[in-house]
Design a binder for this molecule. Structure first.
Ligand code: ARE
Length: 462
């Protein structure tokens, strides 16, 4: 029994080690933050004030291009032209954001909406461009769109339907066409010329992977970081794995599995998450607890789950699978609620409904934990209390204990850390004068005595 346990632990450690640290986003820091619908000016300020100092490596921004006019956030997913002229800021603000973020050591990933244009029969975009659903001046005309002009609806089991019909009724670009490919590549090349470090490809599932490869091959930097949004669906015709040849892929199963584990209160299943359950290979997977779609469709935990949400983010950042993307959005009561833009533009300390999840102390400090853990494998995994309390180390560099029980737990834990005193960064910061929270001692034999509150954690690194 003990031998069995030991050999399965060793196998797990070997698997984690072999699937991590191969080919990550650009730069040595792999944690992204998505600042959903933040203005370029606000992103720039955040890069300097917070993201750089806290060690975030990349920031993903919402679509920058001209889009349909309207209050809801999702207007930015209906492009009218590829001018940088949406609600987030103009070209000058975009350039300033990239320069400022780069100076702070933060790379910029742009959300690229290239599967479709709008669903409106006619209109004038945020940048003043007049369009009809199938005519966009200097970009596209009727023949550049797929001719089956019906909606995909809910039929995701038919590949043709998914890739040649219209997502949500949006005019679907014919990405097999050389002209369309070149037009899209020109847009992405323009962003690269302004300093963009990578792209999130919106609705990638609806563009054949070969078409995306052909577009990527036309880029001035065909090796640029690229992550395809391909939502996993059981028995669907188009699967995320098809897109691994183009770049990284968003792993939606990860966030769903976290929700399942934290709500069912047994975290023991997390011992193999990303490893044994058919998820994408670690070096190609982008992980996240939620994004703007999943927080609205209840498939993942969200800010509304409070402590559980913070614990899930901590687990994601501590676990050596994929490249984590911390989501940061705003509170909403209706799905379509528009972003509280004005509050953020004027002053990033005023909040409106902005949530600043990436600034939550525990989450922000876990970015440094991840950096310290580097490529060290999982060690000293333990699941106790009926799976409600787990702990694990990342070699002798970092250690975390998560208690998802309704009540506090007092424990003497065998850690992976060398003897010494460690600051609990889940609650405190390491400052120049030391730890401004609680510190705990690790004895000669690696044990630590501590109490972990209900739905809480303690985390340490060196
Ligand atoms: C809005 C209105 C619609 C209207 C449309 C056109 O809400 O009622 O028909 O405009 O007038 C976002 C919003 C949409 C919005 C759209 C355009 O979420 O509500 O539509 O912008 O303004 C599929 C795709 C996946 C996509 C999701 C939403 O595969 O790529 O649908 N996600 C991205 C973005 C979204 C964005 C778009 C794409 C469009 O992240 O924010 O839409 O650019 C299963 C399948 C999934 C499928 C999912 C939902 O899980 O596996 O593949 O996701 O169902 O249908």
């Amino acid at each position: 029994m003990i031998l069995n346990f030991l050999s399965s632990s060793l196998l797990l450690v070997a698997l984690v080690a072999s699937t991590s640290g191969l080919c990550k986003p650009p730069g040595e820091k792999d944690v992204t933050v998505t600042l959903f619908q933040w203005s370029f000016d606000a992103v720039a300020k955040e890069c300097t004030d917070f993201l750089g100092p806290k060690g975030y490596g990349l920031v993903e921004i919402s679509p920058p291009q001209e889009h349909i006019v309207g209050k809801s956030w999702w207007t930015s997913y209906q492009p009218v032209s590829y001018k940088i002229a949406g609600r987030l800021g103009d070209r000058a603000a975009f350039i300033n954001m990239i320069e400022t973020c780069h100076a702070a050591g933060v790379k910029v990933i742009v959300d690229a909406v290239i599967n479709h244009m709008t669903a409106q029969s006619t209109g004038v975009g945020t940048g003043g461009t007049t369009f009809t659903k199938y005519e966009y001046p200097d970009l596209y005309e009727d023949r550049d769109f797929h001719t089956e002009r019906r909606s995909i609806g809910n039929n995701y089991r038919d590949r043709h339907n998914v890739q040649f019909c219209q997502l949500l009724g949006l005019a679907d670009l014919d990405t097999a066409s050389e002209k369309v490919r070149t037009t899209i590549a020109n847009y992405l090349n323009d962003l690269i010329s302004l300093g963009a470090d990578g792209f999130r490809i919106d609705a990638a599932k609806h563009i054949p992977a070969d078409d995306l490869s052909a577009i990527k091959a036309k880029l001035s930097n065909p090796e640029i970081f690229w992550v395809s949004e391909v939502i996993y669906g059981h028995k669907e015709a188009v699967q995320p794995e098809e897109y691994l040849g183009v770049g990284d892929v968003d792993e939606f199963r990860f966030g769903r599995a976290l929700k399942d584990a934290f709500l069912k209160k047994s975290l023991s299943v997390l011992q193999t998450i990303g490893i044994k359950n058919g998820m994408l290979p670690s070096h190609k997977a982008r992980t996240f607890v939620d994004n703007w779609d999943t927080e609205r469709n209840n498939t993942t935990l969200t800010y509304k789950d409070g402590a559980l949400y913070a614990l899930a983010n901590a687990f994601m950042l501590a676990w050596p699978y994929g490249s984590p993307n911390v989501y940061s959005g705003y509170s909403f009561s209706c799905q379509d609620d528009s972003p509280p833009q004005d509050g953020l533009l004027g002053d990033t300390t005023s909040s409106g409904n902005w949530l600043f999840q990436h600034r939550w102390r525990a989450t922000a400090n876990m970015v440094a934990f991840r950096k310290a853990a580097a490529d060290n494998p999982v060690t000293k995994w333990s699941s106790k209390n009926g799976g409600k309390t787990i702990s694990f180390g990342r070699g002798d560099k970092a250690f975390i204990v998560i208690n998802n029980d309704e009540k506090p737990i007092k424990a003497t834990i065998k850690t992976s850390l060398p003897p010494g005193t460690y600051c609990d960064i889940f609650h405190g910061d390491i400052t120049e004068s030391g730890c401004d929270g609680e510190s705990f001692a690790v004895s000669e034999d690696g044990r630590m005595k501590t109490t972990i509150n209900a739905h809480d954690a303690r985390a340490f690194y060196r």
